[in-house]
Design a protein around this ligand. Structure first.
Ligand code: FAD
Length: 362
């Protein structure tokens, strides 16, 4: 276990915000995590000032954090196993601090399939189980089988089945009633030996057509390369331009609100939301008053408000994707929050719809 007092979190958040914490504690083993949980139990009053951190790619720091920041050691640790009763599957048990995309690369290289569409999503394995990360029609919940964690209220090591985690669209119990209650140490993904590509999302098929790749010729590696290419073309690389991916959630609205938007903006794109109970996030659905729900892309509304590519001092809206707020260098969390408020106000006055941040603001 490593401890750093009065530590700058500048290199621990992809927005590139320079705020300090009282103490950063890096746990390297399950035993370390248990020791930490016991320590926190003994200092009950301090339990409220805890921040569990992965790669900080869904985080906006707005002030120094007066408390302990707990993070898993950054190392590639993957155990591969199989089960005689499930010959078609391979199980990857990964340390929480393993970079998620390194696992995707490893899996593709070894012919273990199911994660290709999740290529290049920043962050660590631990957070993948908290966030239920998703891209191009695949979500982490499709491959997660179980999560091992230390329960902070008891110091016990527990294994939680994926079915218990309440997974929905970018949602899990770890973000709700289990928030800050478990320190995840390992996560197990179940992958397939058979390559069954998911191609009907985003412009994957279009890129295949442009590159003359027939479906039968596609490999796990070529699908991963396509996804990486699409992502690089529209999302800023955090090491070059600080950001936390999609800053806002796509709002979910009722029929009356959708109709009023359609009347004024006939070109609005929208999607009917299915599996309502599972997929609704509390903030995203605050615009709803009746039963049928529709998702309107927040990026489209931000763009229509004229924010795409616009700059406000040291921060701005990314020129290729209006959902992404960027730090042009030296910005504070307050600069980003000020931009967020300006955008929220403009979207509300133009569309009558509230949009809320997806990013964890601390
Ligand atoms: C350029 C860019 C593109 C992105 N694209 C996508 C995308 O396509 N799809 C998508 O879903 N997301 C995307 N994201 C968001 C981000 O990558 C994910 O939310 C990711 O899972 C965050 O991982 P992290 O390790 O950085 O977690 P953090 O931001 O550090 O933490 C996220 C949450 O997980 C919790 N947590 C982290 N580690 C642990 C642990 N060991 N135990 C318990 N809790 C833990 C934290 O407390 C926090 O609540 C993008 C971000 C960026 C910067």
């Amino acid at each position: 276990m490593k401890r750093f007092k009065n530590y700058s979190l500048l290199h621990h958040n992809t927005f590139g915000i320079d705020q300090k914490c009282d103490e950063l504690i890096v746990f390297e083993t399950v035993d370390d995590a248990v020791t930490l949980a016991r320590e926190i139990l003994d200092q009950d009053a301090e339990a409220s000032s805890l921040l569990i951190l992965g790669g900080g790619s869904n985080l906006l720091l707005t002030k120094d954090f007066h408390g302990k920041v707990l993070t898993a050691a950054k190392k590639f640790e993957v155990e591969v196993s199989t089960k005689p009763e499930d010959e078609g599957s391979v199980f990857l048990r990964c340390w929480a601090g393993t970079t998620f995309d390194d696992v995707v690369a490893y899996a593709v290289k070894h012919g273990f399939y199911g994660m290709e569409n999740l290529s290049l999503i920043p962050g660590e394995c631990g957070a993948s189980g908290v966030q239920n990360i998703g891209a191009y029609g695949v979500e982490a919940k499709d491959v997660i089988t179980s999560i091992e964690a230390v329960q902070l209220s008891t110091g016990k090591v527990v294994t939680i089945g994926a079915g218990e985690c309440g997974y929905g669209y970018r949602r899990s119990r770890f973000k709700q009633d289990w928030k800050d209650k478990f320190l995840i140490t390992h996560i197990t993904y179940r992958l397939s030996r058979q390559f069954i590509p998911h191609l009907d999302y985003g412009n994957i098929r279009q890129v295949m057509k442009d590159r003359c790749i027939a479906e039968g010729e596609l490999t796990g590696q070529s699908l991963r390369d396509i996804v990486i290419g699409i992502r690089r073309a529209k999302l800023p690389e955090p090491s070059e331009l600080g950001n936390a991916g999609s800053f806002f959630m796509n709002p979910i609205v009722d029929k009356a609100t959708l109709d009023s938007v359609r009347e004024r903006f006939p070109d609005v794109r929208y999607f009917e939301v299915s599996e309502l109970a599972l997929s609704l996030s509390e903030d995203a659905s605050r615009n709803c008053r009746d039963q049928k729900r529709y998702k309107i892309p927040a990026g489209w509304m931000i763009d229509r408000c004229g924010w795409k590519g616009r700059r406000l001092g040291k921060v701005g809206v990314y020129e290729k994707q209006a959902l992404v707020l960027v730090n042009y260098g030296g910005a504070t969390g307050a600069d980003v929050v000020a931009l967020m408020h300006r955008i929220q106000e403009d979207v509300y006055s133009k569309f009558g719809i509230h949009i809320y941040p997806e990013v964890n603001i601390k």
